[in-house]
Design a protein around this ligand. Structure first.
Ligand SMILES: Nc1ncnc2c1ncn2[C@@H]1O[C@H](COP(=O)(O)OP(=O)(O)OP(=O)(O)O)[C@@H](O)[C@H]1O
Ligand SMILES: [Mg+2]
Length: 247
């Protein structure tokens, strides 16, 4: 079943077409990837989906309801929840208190088929249980990224939008966040994940959207994306020969 439909979504900032006539669907239970160069419009697209900014034109249909003009809190109550590229946790609250705040803003009805996660379950799923009483500003970067995911997860999403939760992490931390995203998916939550860490993202997804200058350049199988000349040219690049390899 289709969970989200985006039709002709457009956002113009003064002279900049940040998102230009973008259309796609997300199926229930899918993990969909979103990639593209810096400034391609990924964060703007997320802000449009979560309602942080209004579109210039176009339509967003979530669970068969047109939510294009809904305020962010109303979408969140419905189960359309995002993380922010810049972590937004309250620095002086503990990790657990921050997760409780997320839960307060969350869905006002049980998710389809499954009960919402408790605060303890959220802390366990995001590997934060042993840091529950730490203040959030005492966490490492990886911990702050996981808290950003935890706060959103506590809001009981049907569709969770993750904006660069892997940026700046080392290989061990990347494996951990990939595992956490798998656990969230196993709870029946649909995900749209944007990342520059393509190697880790591609372990999670079958289908990818590629944005370039606000336009949807590609929508399809990840393996096909890495062979697509326009995608390679705009973003993925060609594999460089190893240093010292014969020319
Ligand atoms: N509030 C705003 N006012 C004016 N221009 C904006 C605003 N927000 C974003 N833009 C512009 O819209 C374009 C898309 O930016 P956006 O942040 O969505 O890109 P992105 O794909 O998330 O990039 P990154 O990979 O660096 O996070 C850029 O040209 C940016 O400068
Ligand atoms: Mg961004």
């Amino acid at each position: 079943m289709t969970l989200l439909t985006v039709e002709g979504l457009t956002k113009r900032f003064a002279g900049v077409m940040a998102v230009s006539n973008v259309s796609f669907d997300i199926a229930e239970g899918e993990i969909l990837g979103l990639i593209g160069p810096n400034g391609a419009g990924k964060t703007t697209l997320f802000a449009l989906l979560s309602g942080m900014i209004p579109p210039t034109s176009g339509r967003i249909v979530f669970q068969e309801t047109d939510v294009t003009r809904w305020a962010p809190h109303r979408r969140c109550h419905r189960g359309l929840v995002q993380t922010f590229q810049l972590a937004q946790a309250f620095p002086d609250l503990t990790v657990e208190q921050n997760v409780r705040v997320g839960a307060l803003f969350g869905a006002r009805r049980p998710r389809a088929g499954l009960p919402p996660l408790t605060v303890d379950e959220v802390l366990a799923v995001t590997d934060l249980a042993d840091r529950a009483s730490a203040r959030s500003n005492e966490l490492t970067l990886a911990g702050r990224k996981r808290l950003e995911v935890a706060r959103a997860l506590a809001a009981s999403p049907e569709l969770l939008l993750l904006d660069e939760v892997m940026a700046g992490l080392n290989p061990a931390e990347l494996s951990e966040i990939v595992e956490i995203i798998r656990r969230i998916h196993a709870r029946g939550i649909t995900l749209l994940v944007t990342e520059h860490v393509v190697e880790s993202l591609f372990q999670l997804i079958d289908r990818v959207l590629v944005l370039h200058h606000g336009q949807l350049l590609f929508n399809g199988d990840v393996r096909a994306a890495s062979q697509d000349p326009a995608v390679v040219e705009a973003y993925l690049g060609r594999a460089e020969p190893a240093a010292g390899a014969p020319a």
